[in-house]
Design a protein around this ligand. Sequence first.
Ligand SMILES: [Zn+2]
Length: 424
Amino acid sequence: MDAQVYKSDLIFTKNDKEFTSMEQAYLVVENGKVLGVFDRLPGKYESIPLKAYESGFLIPGFVDLHLHAPQYENLGIGLDEELLTWLNKYAFPEEARFSDAGYAEEVYKEVVRRLWENGTTRSVIFGTAHKGSTEILLRLMKKSGLGAYVGKVNMDRNSSQELTEDTERSLEDTEAILDAYRNERLVKPIITPRFVPSCSPRLMEGLGRLAEKYDAPVQSHLSENTDEVEWVKELHPDCESYAHVYERYGLLRQNRTIMAHCVYCTGSEKELMREKGVFAAHCPISNTDLTSGIAPVKDFIAGGVNLGLGSDISGGHTLWMPEVLVHAIQVSKLYYLYKDKDCGRLTLPEAFYLATKGGGSFFGKVGSFEEDYSFDALLIDDCAIIGQGKRSLEERLQKFIYTGEKGCIIKRFVEGNELGYTER
Ligand SMILES: [Zn+2]
């Protein structure tokens, strides 16, 4: 039995309504899973080794449901453009560089190190269309001990010349990766059609078949920008909506598909997403940076759609999930003020839930300290930001989310393992 007891202040969200906070509580972990949290340590656990953290507090690790690792070098660049121009001018030329394995190795090492540093213990990642560089990313993520889904991007139409794939080759490369990594536990492949405009019907059909054959998850983009939505209508006039195109090709897999953005989803699309258990990855910083819009997250919550948060670098300019979380709250306040007074505003417990248990549920029992959840955690040292006087644990978490920085994270755990990853 591999077991450990942690004594610390703890704060997490079992649901999106409120925080659960416990001062100097006991959290018992066995084989990477939480056995329970207790105010007093039950006698049966007294023989287990104990680590006590007298200052600081433990929170679940952050989950980033949507990011493009190969766009890391472009962070902060080109954000006066809107989506379709930005893709051609910035994203595609940078991604084309990943045909070079040496370049991929350099950039991806840095991305993995940054994810570790920022306390993003689980992430769902777009690579590029290149099989070789995607395998490099899979290998580096595995070495880091962080949890992830990593996708080789598929794109065989309406892309730059360098990135446009041969349809059959795209499917073969995807299948080779699915096959090679099918038994991995913590870092797994995910089928990744870039978005409808980049994928021919034959490609999407083939990917749908592979998803079925390998019982694989799927990620893509949905209704990010109004020009994009119009374009999809022109390309697929016979489909009821953008989401229904994915549905037609078997790419909305029950509880196993992530769709990034979902800013302009119609009522019937939201209903389809709810039925299929599709996870919407809300990427508020990217949606503001690229002037895309504000996703109606409170509608998604009210409608029972699965929801998490994404940094969407480099449409978004930061990997720091607390900033994504704060931005999600801020844009929901603007949406409430200027668009819909009935929808309410995102609260801090709701946004924190989305950044931990909400997104984490795509991975299974991840993102909480409830029984049987993976012990994915961050130890936060808030001495430098707490100020004078005593604060409640909830106030200390608020201060960390709004004013903290990555230097406040002093330990990171995934499935019970402390990750001391520092390689550059
Ligand atoms: Zn994206």
